[in-house]
Design a protein around this ligand. Structure first.
Ligand code: TRP
Length: 860
């Protein structure tokens, strides 16, 4: 409008006047209903202020059956809001007195009360934008002063509504208390700025705080308007990333509803969550606080958002019991030097422009200016200095400071705008804005770029979204000696210090119940080492059971979600909190089983030696000579080997030992059985062939016999060699067989090895058995074939029963089974073949004659 020149201006106002007259007189137009009373101080440039000085019940049931009553503000007077207005006035006065800042400009202000309602706030906004209390939208007629910017409002909901209108005209709007994140969106709110940080950071800070104190299960309460819902939603998102769960999320109604408050408080009482985050303004919080008091809910750690963390309506002696130890975020405290004096000078009798002062006076001193009522009359002589109203506490300036800084931001921007040098200006072709007749968008340009040091010493500037650096004090509700509530700063959140945003002095915090330790707020107690969490399907991740880690797995800390598998050679201890080296197991000489088997093996060998001894001693007796003597000794020798080879199965397996075991066993048994085989053949030939062909015996002479034994054994040696060379055995750490142990086992290079070796021995044994069976009834007094048949039967039975035993046992018992089979089969052979002979030699020497052996049958 400013560029269009005088003529246009004139036309504009003429038009406006016409519209005006139209409204009052012309029947086509009607005067709009409401005129908005404001509070003014004239100046060259005006700053608008929108504050919730009173309250109102905006949400009335309106049936529209009769003309609805206009919105009336009620009598509830907000002292805090009045303090903000005073801060604005003080700043304007200060700037007007300043010689450095805007030296030649007189700032004025216009303040409107919103009564905490959107409708009233919009009326005030229109009045500011048009410059008329009886405003006509889109006209501005008092051209002697221009509106620079608007400060306000407090509640985000109202600021949003205002920002939509101010955005149309590009008037800079600076809010001192509206923190909702959406206001950072410059597409929607192009001319909105604020001297309070966005709740994006507060929500984050709450999440960090909750994490810091180890609360895993928290409740949330949100006032059911933009501020609460968005704040809690962001908090939930942040918290989710940190693995913290929400126990309940309740909405605090904005329209009074006893029922809903009762329900909320019951939810709080029922829940195990002891930390509750509350995003709410004090107005909506108060009825809930009353319900909390009524139901006597204590033991909760309240986490207060900035909107109610400093409110004296709740942080007072009466309610402290319920809110003891509350933690809250507070806007950074600041200084306004000289503000206390300014306030104490307030005098209702000589401040006609201050339309709220008398009301303020009534509220502070509990008096009345009217003649009615029982209250004492106000005189104006009362002393603010002597009143101990919290309003006058100048040590806690937080939001007040935001208002003060907002005025200064505008002043600094104006100053910059006015000190613009033509040609070097920021606008097209280096143009400058007109000093006292600038366009709102031109000032907006400067406000967005403003940068100054405030009275507290902090640098103030807006980021690209019009927000300031996010810094909060962390406040703890404590009591002073006199029982009054003090808000102790116990920490700080600084969003600009990435990585270490949160700083907390834990020692300084007094928790609820006067405790020194933070309370616990979890759904499930944490899982101790040795267990892991098991989350039930459909339940939040913070609610779990603890289950013991399975064998071989451990958890060495609390709250493991998975147990860790122990490395291969390790196993879990009994507590499942440590991996310990697995015990290595093998059949050793040191243990009972090992000793017993060794004793039997040695006993067997000794017995065999004794038999050899007896045979040598009685070498010339018929019974010894009856059969091939060398063969008998060879058999006895192989039996010694069989007994001794059992010993190789005891002790820690190594590759060499494994080879020795297999080949030792294979060769000694092959040798043994082939000796028996040849013996059987000899018996068979000696008897069966004598009559028809005397020569047969000669053909199968001793050399042949020895060669047969050698060949049979050699074949076994070749089998062994083939296997040992092609797939040598190895030592295998068997971790599966026995829990928590490693069993050292000889692992055949090929599955076939044992099969072939045993198979070959079995093959020899079966042939032998068959032959012996044929020879069993030969007419011999001492028929060896009978004993051989029997011994082989024992042998075969032992090894056949070995197979299922071998398959079903594990670990070192497998080796024991094998040794057992070796020993018992060897004992079987020794006993069946040689003991009867020894019996005759030792105890029945009378039978040991050639006659007796060859002669008539005689019973043994
Ligand atoms: N920071 C809050 C907001 O952005 C302040 C607030 C919440 C508030 N609820 C309120 C202020 C109610 C006044 C009234 O909205």
């Amino acid at each position: 409008m400013g560029n269009s020149g005088g003529a246009v201006l004139f036309l504009y106002c003429a038009l406006s006047l016409w519209v005006h007259s139209c409204m009052s007189g012309n029947p086509v137009c009607r005067l709009a209903k409401y005129s908005v009373p404001g509070m003014f101080q004239n100046g060259d440039i005006m700053i608008g202020g929108i504050f919730p000085v009173h309250r109102t019940d905006e949400f009335k049931d309106l049936p529209f059956t009769k003309e609805p009553a206009p919105l009336v503000c009620d009598k509830r007077f907000d002292l805090r809001s009045y303090k903000w207005i005073q801060a604005m006035m003080f700043a304007v006065d200060e700037i007007n007195d300043s010689h450095e800042l805007l030296p030649n400009v007189k700032l004025g202000y216009a303040v409107y009360d919103t009564c905490d309602s959107i409708a009233k706030a919009l009326e005030g906004t229109f009045a500011l934008v048009t410059g008329e209390d009886n405003y006509i939208p889109n006209y501005r007629c008092h051209l002697n002063s221009s509106l620079a910017a608007v400060i306000g409002e407090s509640s985000s909901t109202i600021s949003i509504a205002m920002a939509r209108i101010l955005g149309i005209y590009q008037y800079p709007q600076i809010s001192y208390f509206s923190s909702i994140p959406i206001l950072s969106d410059k597409q929607q709110f192009p001319s909105f700025l604020r001297t309070i940080p966005s709740d994006t950071f507060q929500s984050k800070a709450f999440a960090y705080l909750v994490k810091y104190f180890g609360w895993k299960w928290v409740g949330t309460l949100a006032e059911d308007i933009e501020y609460g819902t968005q704040g809690v939603q962001l908090f939930k998102e942040e918290v989710k990333k940190l693995g913290i769960c929400i126990a309940f999320a309740e909405k605090i109604p904005v329209v009074y509803s006893r029922q809903k408050y009762v329900r909320i408080v019951e939810t709080i009482k029922k829940s195990t969550a002891k930390a509750i985050v509350v995003f709410s303004g004090e107005t909506n919080m108060i009825p809930l606080v009353e319900e909390i008091e009524r139901q006597n809910v204590t033991g909760i750690t309240w986490l207060a958002s900035e909107a109610w963390s400093t409110t004296t309506y709740i942080a007072n002696k009466e309610q402290y019991k319920y809110f003891e130890g509350a933690l809250g975020f507070g806007i950074m405290k600041g200084n306004i030097p000289g503000f206390d004096k300014f306030i104490f000078k307030l005098q209702p009798l000589n401040a006609p422009h201050d339309i709220y002062l008398k009301e303020f006076w009534e509220n502070v001193f509990g008096c009345t200016w009217s003649n009615q009522g029982t209250k004492p009359r106000c005189t104006g002589e009362e002393s603010l200095l002597e009143s101990n109203n919290t309003f006058l506490d100048m040590s806690e300036l937080r939001i007040t400071c935001n208002v003060y800084n907002a005025v200064y931001a505008i002043a600094h921007a104006l100053h910059k705008l006015q000190s613009c040098q033509v040609g070097k200006g920021p606008f097209a072709k280096g143009a400058c804005a007109k000093a006292n007749d600038f366009e709102p968008w031109q000032l907006l340009h400067y406000v967005k770029k403003v940068q100054f040091i405030d009275k507290t010493g902090n640098e103030q500037y807006f980021d690209e979204n019009g927000d300031i650096v996010p810094k909060y004090d962390i406040l703890n509700w404590q009591t002073a000696a006199d029982g009054s509530v003090v808000l102790k700063t116990v920490g700080r959140y600084d969003g600009s210090e990435l990585g270490q945003e949160l700083k907390i002095d834990e020692q300084a915090i007094i928790w609820n119940g006067k405790k020194k330790e933070p309370p616990v707020s979890v759904c499930s107690q944490s899982c101790p080492p040795g267990t892991r969490q098991s989350i039930q399907p459909g339940q939040p991740v913070c609610c779990f059971n603890c289950i013991t880690c399975p064998d071989g797995e451990i958890s060495n800390g609390t709250d493991f979600t998975n147990c860790i598998k122990c490395p291969a050679d390790y196993w879990s201890n009994s507590k499942k909190d440590e991996c310990v080296a697995r015990e290595i197991e093998f059949l050793s000489f040191g243990e009972l089983l090992g000793v017993v088997l060794t004793v039997f093996a040695v006993l067997g060998a000794c017995l065999t030696f004794s038999v050899i001894g007896i045979f040598i001693k009685n070498m010339n007796t018929p019974i010894v000579r009856a059969n091939n003597l060398e063969l008998s000794f060879l058999l006895l020798f192989s039996l010694v080997l069989c007994f001794l080879c059992a010993l190789t199965f005891i002790g820690e397996p190594t590759v060499e030992l494994c080879i020795l075991r297999r080949t030792g066993f294979a060769v000694s048994f092959a040798l043994c059985i082939s000796c028996i085989l040849v013996k059987t053949i000899v018996v068979l030939l000696a008897f069966k062939m004598t009559v028809p062909n005397q020569n047969v015996m000669k053909h199968f002479r001793i050399v042949h016999q020895h060669m047969t034994v050698a060949t049979a054994t050699l074949i076994q040696i070749v089998i062994c060699l083939a296997f040992m060379l092609s797939s040598p055995p190895s030592v295998w750490k068997n971790r599966e067989a026995v829990i928590a142990k490693i069993i050292l086992e000889c692992h055949e290079g090929s599955e076939l090895t044992l099969f072939c070796i045993l198979g070959y021995i079995g093959f020899l044994a079966i042939i032998d058995f068959a032959l012996a069976f044929l020879a069993r009834n030969l007419p011999d007094n001492f028929n060896e074939a009978k004993f051989i048949t029997f011994s082989l039967l024992v042998f075969v039975v032992v090894w056949i029963s070995f197979i299922p035993g071998y398959i079903s046992t594990k670990g070192k018992y497998l080796v024991a089974v094998e040794i057992f089979a070796i020993l018992s089969s060897s004992f079987g052979l020794l006993a069946c073949i040689f003991f009867p002979k020894c019996y005759i030699i030792m105890l029945r020497p009378e039978l040991n004659t050639k006659n007796n052996l060859m002669g008539r049958p005689k019973k043994l």
